[in-house]
Design a protein around this ligand. Structure first.
Ligand SMILES: Cc1cc2nc3c(=O)[nH]c(=O)nc-3n(C[C@H](O)[C@H](O)[C@H](O)COP(=O)(O)OP(=O)(O)OC[C@H]3O[C@@H](n4cnc5c(N)ncnc54)[C@H](O)[C@@H]3O)c2cc1C
Length: 311
C-alpha cells in the first residue's frame, strides 16, 4: 500500500522538486548510483570485477519523449561498451549492459516500437563486437507485450539478448514456460512498478510464491536463468533447487542491485556462484531512486528523517 502511494506520489512535480533539490538526497543517491558519468561508473565496475563479481550497467533514464534523445541514449550505450572493451572489461561478458526500452524509444507517439528495435539492434551490434551482451529491462505492465515483441524480434539476429520477467504479474509463469528455452537469458525479478489487481498480485507473499514458481520453471528449463533478488529465502530456495537439478554454477547467475546487500553478493561469489551487480549511472536518477525507496520502508524512513533534520 505504502509502495503504491509512493510510486503514485513520485509522479507529482512538487514531490520531484522536493526530493531532487534536498541536499541530503545526494548522499542517498550515492549509495545506489555509481556516478553521473561513464568514467565514474567504470571505476566502480573495475572494483566490483576485482572482487569476483560481474556487472550489468544501466544508463539511467526512461520515457524518452523525442527520437533524437532515444538515439543519443543508444549512442551513450555504444560509447560505454567501447570504453568497457578498451579497458578489457567485457571479456566473457563480465561487464554487460541493461537497457530500458522506453529510454531508447518505446513509447514515442510515432514509430516507438520500430525506433526502439533499431536502437536496441545498434547496441547489440556494439556488444557483440566487444564480446558481451545486452539485457532489456522490463518496465511497467503496459509495456510488457511490446517489450516481449522487441525481444523476439531482435533475438532473431542477436539470440543472446536477455529479457526480464516480473513475478508480481499473474501472467509470468506462462512467459517463463515460453522463454525457458536453450540459449535464452531470462532475468527474473519481483517487479518494481505498481499495477492493478487484475494483472498483478498485491500481497508480498503471493509475489514471493509466484517468484518461487517462476524460478522453478526457469531452472528446470534449458535457458540461462538470471535470478535477480536480494531475498534470502528465495536465494536459499534457488540454491537447493539448482543443486537438486544438478545445474552447474556456470549455468545460471544471481543478480543484485549496486548498494544493496553487498556482503551477500561477495559471500555468494566466494562460494563459487556467479553474481552480477546491476550498476546504474547518469544524472537522471529520480525514478530509480524512488523505486528503491518505495520497496523498503527502512530506506524511506532513513531518507525522510535525514530530510527533516537537515531542512
Ligand atoms: C539485477 C536486478 C535487476 C532488476 N531489474 C528490474 C527490471 O527490469 N524491472 C523491474 O520491474 N524491476 C527490476 N528489479 C527490481 C526488482 O523488481 C525489485 O523491485 C527489487 O529487486 C526488490 O525486490 P527483492 O527481490 O530484492 O525482494 P524484497 O522483498 O523487496 O526484499 C528482500 C530483502 O532484500 C533487501 N532489500 C530489497 N530491496 C532493498 C532496498 N531497496 N534497500 C535495501 N535492502 C533491500 C532487504 O533485506 C529485504 O528484506 C531488478 C532487481 C535486480 C536485483
Amino acid at each position: 500500500m505504502l509502495r503504491r502511494v509512493l510510486l503514485a506520489a513520485s509522479a507529482s512535480q512538487r514531490v520531484r522538486r522536493v526530493i531532487t533539490t534536498a541536499p541530503v538526497t545526494r548522499s542517498v543517491v550515492r549509495r545506489f548510483v555509481a556516478g553521473e558519468t561513464a568514467s565514474e561508473a567504470l571505476r566502480v565496475v573495475e572494483r566490483l570485477l576485482s572482487e569476483g563479481l560481474t556487472v550489468t550497467l544501466d544508463y539511467l533514464g526512461e520515457d524518452t519523449a523525442e527520437p533524437e534523445h532515444a538515439a543519443a541514449v543508444a549512442q551513450e550505450y555504444i560509447t560505454l561498451i567501447e570504453m568497457l572493451n578498451a579497458g578489457g572489461l567485457t571479456a566473457g561478458g563480465r561487464a554487460e549492459v541493461s537497457v530500458k526500452p522506453t529510454a531508447v524509444g518505446l513509447g514515442l507517439p510515432d514509430f516507438g516500437e520500430e525506433t526502439a528495435a533499431e536502437n536496441i539492434t545498434k547496441i547489440c551490434i556494439a556488444a557483440q563486437a566487444a564480446g558481451t551482451t545486452v539485457t532489456l529491462d522490463m518496465e511497467d505492465h503496459t509495456r510488457v507485450e511490446a517489450t516481449l515483441r522487441l525481444v523476439g524480434q531482435v533475438r532473431a539476429d542477436y539470440p543472446d539478448l536477455g529479457c526480464v520477467l516480473q513475478s508480481y504479474l499473474r501472467r509470468t509463469p506462462g512467459d517463463c514456460e515460453a522463454l525457458a528455452v536453450a540459449g535464452s537469458r531470462v532475468r527474473l525479478c519481483k517487479g518494481a512498478y505498481s499495477a492493478p489487481d487484475g494483472v498483478a498480485f498485491a500481497a508480498r507473499a503471493e509475489v514471493d510464491r509466484n517468484y518461487a514458481r517462476c524460478m522453478r520453471i526457469l531452472l528446470e528449463g534449458n535457458g540461462y536463468p538470471m535470478l535477480a533478488t536480494h531475498d534470502p529465502r528465495l536465494i536459499a530456495i534457488a540454491h537447493s533447487r539448482a543443486s537438486e537439478l544438478g545445474r552447474q554454477p556456470s549455468s545460471f547467475e544471481y543478480q543484485m542491485l549496486y548498494g544493496i546487500r553487498p556482503d551477500e553478493q561477495r559471500r555468494l561469489a566466494a562460494e563459487g556462484a556467479q553474481v552480477r551487480v546491476y550498476v546504474p549511472y547518469g544524472d537522471d536518477w529520480y525514478g530509480y531512486l524512488v523505486r528503491r525507496l518505495a520497496e523498503r520502508p527502512a530506506n524511506l524512513m532513513f531518507f525522510l528523517r535525514a530530510l527533516r533534520s537537515r531542512s
